[in-house]
Design a protein around this ligand. Sequence first.
Ligand code: SF4
Ligand code: SF4
Length: 115
Amino acid sequence: MSPMYCEKFRIPKHLEIADGAVVPAPVGEQPMMKTGNWRTERPVIDHEKCTTCLNCFAFCPDSSWHFDEKSEKMVWNPIYCKGCRVCVEVCPVDALRLENELNFKGGVARLDKPY
Ligand code: SF4
Ligand code: SF4
């Protein structure tokens, strides 16, 4: 926060924070940023447990979950998921677990060509 505002609102010195910026979420897929190639593990969903609370959608740093209105299920995007585990941690009903990429036929480690 700028010193001007700290003074105006009388924010104590020890509570001052640096200026920041809001970064708009991407509005579409970014072909130059295919973070799926980094992944060693992937989140696997149990649709029976999933309550479609949208936590994974909201917290995924790579927008790799979305709600499909037709099937009314959460859908995962393998091209952008980097396997960071954030979605697994924020799922309130343990509907997500991580599984090693090597356990999948089309796992990242098995691709001839990266995404
Ligand atoms: S593991 Fe990380 S990048 Fe992949 S879907 Fe979950 S939150 Fe997103
Ligand atoms: S956070 Fe868990 S319960 Fe919520 S939508 Fe994602 S998988 Fe489903």
